[in-house]
Design a binder for this molecule. Structure first.
Ligand code: GLU
Length: 495
C-alpha cells in the first residue's frame, strides 16, 4: 500500500525544495530537502529545486553551487532545477520577475492588492502601537481610490503593493498538525511588491508553487507563520492550495534552535570532518521518525521504502552528534574495500600519507583500511589509526630493554627478517615458539612488542598489523614503511 502522503488520486506528486542562496546548507534545511526527496521518490513523484534568490542583498556568491554539491553528497537528486531544466521552470526565482509582476497586477486589478504610499517601517510601528493599546488599525492605502493611486504611481511616487488580507479566519490542513490556521484579523496587509516592483517572498513563493504545479509543500516550522497569508493569496487568486507540512525544528543540546553557536551545523562541515553522506542522510531521517522494524541503519532505498510522513513526530528534535558518529561508523563498515579507499583518499592526502597509485599499493591500502576502519567513526580519523604503519622508532627513543625480553625481541626480529611474520598464521606460530623458548607470554610478550614497533600501547590486532607492516615495507608507499626487523633493531641497539 502506498504511504498516506501519496495522493493515490492519479495526480503525480510534485515536491520542491526551495533554498535561498544566502549561505551554507544547514542541517535543518538538509533535513527538509531529504524529507521532500523521500516523499517524491516514495510516491513516484518529482522533486524540483528552486533557488529563492529574490532577496538580492542576502545572496552569497557561489552559495547556490555549494548547496547543489551538498545535496548530491547527501544522495539527494532532483528532476527539475536550474541545472537540469525540466518542466515548468525557470527554477531561479529571479528569472521569474515578469511573471511575479503579472500576478501582482492581477491582484491589483481584482482589488485584492492595493498601493500603499506610506513608509513600510512607519506602518509597522503604527500597527504595533495600535495592537498594544487595543485600538483598531486602519491600513493606510486601503481607502485610497485605486484610480488615484494608479495616477500617483504613474507620476513617479514610490509605493509598495499590499495584499488586502481577508477579514475571515484562515484555516488549512497541516500534514502533522491537522487543521490549523489563524483567527479573523490576524493576518496583516503584508507587502507583495516592494517600491522597486520586486516581489516579496510571500508573493513569489505562491506564484512559483502554483505555476510549477507543486502538490506538497514541505518546509521548516519556521515558515508556519507565513502560511496563512499564502493560503489567503491562493484563495484571492482562485488557485488550488497545495498540501502543507511544516517540519519541527532541529534543536541544539541546550534546546535552543540549532545554530552556529552549537558548533559545526552545516552539511559542509560534516563532510569536512569525514562523516559519510549516507550516514548523515540516515541520521536526518531518524530525527523524529523511527523505521517500522527496529533496524536504524538504512541506505537510500531502505529509507525510501520505509519513510512515511505521517509517522513523523510533530515535536522538535535534538541534534545528537554521538548518534550521527555511530551511524557514520556503521555505514563505513558497509562500504566495499575499494569504496572505503576512494572516500578516505582525500583525508590521507591531507595527512601527508597519500594512498599510492600502483595496484599493489592500492591493494595494500585496502587491507590496511579494513583493519583500521572498525575503530573509526569518521573518515578523518583513519589516518591517525593508520599512523603506526609509518612509525619510526628513531623519532622517539624507547627505554632500553634487556634480559629475556631483549632475547624475545631479538627472536622476533630474526623471524621478521626471515619472512616468518608475513602472514597471520606465520606470526602466531612464531609467537608461540618464542613464548616457549623465553618463558614470556601473553601481555608480557605482546605489550613490549607493540610498543617497540608502533610506539603505542594499544591498537589494531598485532597478528594482522605486523604482516601489513611487512608487506608495506616492500612496497613503494610514501612515506616508506619501516620493516618490523628494522624497527626492532633500533630498540635492540639501545641496549
Ligand atoms: N527559501 C525559503 C528558505 O530557504 C524556503 C521557503 C519555502 O520552502 O517555502 O527558508
Amino acid at each position: 500500500m502506498a504511504p498516506a502522503q501519496c495522493g493515490g488520486t492519479g495526480v503525480t506528486e510534485r515536491l520542491r525544495f526551495a533554498p535561498s542562496p544566502t549561505g551554507k546548507l544547514h542541517l535543518g534545511n538538509a533535513r527538509t530537502a531529504l524529507v521532500n526527496w523521500l516523499v517524491a521518490r516514495g510516491c513516484g513523484g518529482s522533486l524540483n529545486l528552486r533557488v529563492e534568490d529574490t532577496d538580492e542583498n542576502r545572496n552569497v556568491e557561489g552559495a547556490e553551487q555549494r548547496i547543489f554539491e551538498d545535496l548530491r553528497w547527501l544522495g539527494i537528486d532532483w528532476d527539475e532545477g536550474p541545472d537540469v531544466g525540466g518542466g515548468r521552470g525557470p527554477y531561479r526565482q529571479s528569472d521569474r520577475r515578469l511573471r511575479h509582476q503579472e500576478v501582482v497586477a492581477e491582484l491589483l486589478a481584482s482589488g485584492a492588492g492595493y498601493y500603499c504610499f506610506e513608509d513600510v517601517g512607519d506602518v509597522r510601528v503604527a500597527r504595533t502601537a495600535a495592537s498594544e493599546t487595543g485600538q483598531p488599525f486602519e491600513w493606510p492605502g486601503r481607502a485610497i481610490d485605486p484610480q488615484d493611486a494608479r495616477a500617483r504611481v504613474a507620476a513617479g511616487e514610490p509605493a509598495v503593493v499590499r495584499f488586502r488580507a481577508p477579514s475571515d479566519p484562515v484555516r488549512f490542513l497541516d500534514g502533522l498538525r491537522g487543521e490549523t490556521g489563524v483567527a479573523a484579523g490576524q493576518i496583516g496587509d503584508f507587502v507583495i511588491a516592494r517600491a522597486d516592483r520586486s516581489p516579496t517572498y510571500q508573493l513569489a513563493v505562491v506564484a512559483d508553487d502554483h505555476d510549477m504545479a507543486v502538490t506538497h509543500v514541505i518546509r521548516g516550522q519556521d515558515h508556519l507563520s507565513n502560511t496563512p497569508g499564502q493560503v489567503a493569496l491562493y484563495s484571492a487568486l482562485g488557485w488550488e492550495v497545495p498540501r502543507f507540512t511544516h517540519l519541527p525544528l532541529v534543536l541544539g543540546e541546550d534546546r535552543s534552535r540549532l545554530s552556529k553557536r552549537h558548533g559545526a551545523t552545516s552539511v559542509a562541515a560534516m563532510r569536512e570532518r569525514g562523516v559519510l553522506g549516507e550516514a548523515l542522510a540516515n541520521y536526518l531521517v531518524l530525527l523524529g521518525w523511527a523505521p517500522p522494524d527496529d533496524d536504524e541503519v538504512l541506505d537510500a532505498s531502505a529509507m525510501i521504502g520505509a519513510f512515511d510522513l505521517a509517522g513523523l513526530s510533530p515535536t522538535n528534535v535534538v541534534f545528537d552528534q554521538d548518534k550521527l558518529e555511530w551511524l557514520s561508523q556503521q555505514h563505513m563498515q558497509r562500504l566495499s574495500p575499494d569504496a572505503l579507499c576512494t572516500r578516505a583518499a582525500p583525508f590521507f592526502e591531507e595527512a601527508g600519507t597519500p594512498l599510492g597509485a600502483g595496484p599493489d599499493e592500492l591493494a595494500w591500502w585496502q587491507e590496511a583500511l579494513q583493519l583500521f576502519a572498525p575503530a573509526a567513526h569518521r573518515l578523518e580519523e583513519l589516518p591517525a589509526h593508520a599512523a603506526p604503519l609509518f612509525w619510526e622508532p628513531a623519532d622517539s627513543p624507547r627505554p632500553a630493554i634487556d634480559g629475556d625480553l631483549a632475547g624475545a625481541m631479538g627472536r622476533f626480529a630474526a623471524a621478521a627478517a626471515a619472512g616468518e611474520l608475513d602472514t597471520e598464521d606465520g606470526f602466531r606460530n612464531a609467537a608461540r615458539a618464542i613464548g616457549k623458548a623465553t618463558g614470556l607470554r601473553g601481555r608480557g610478550l605482546f605489550h613490549p612488542l607493540r610498543e617497540l614497533i608502533t610506539g603505542q600501547d594499544m591498537g589494531a590486532e598485532l597478528a594482522r598489523l605486523i604482516p601489513l607492516i611487512q608487506a608495506g615495507s616492500r612496497l613503494a608507499v610514501r612515506p616508506a614503511v619501516l620493516s618490523v626487523e628494522a624497527r626492532l633493531a633500533v630498540a635492540l641497539a639501545a641496549r
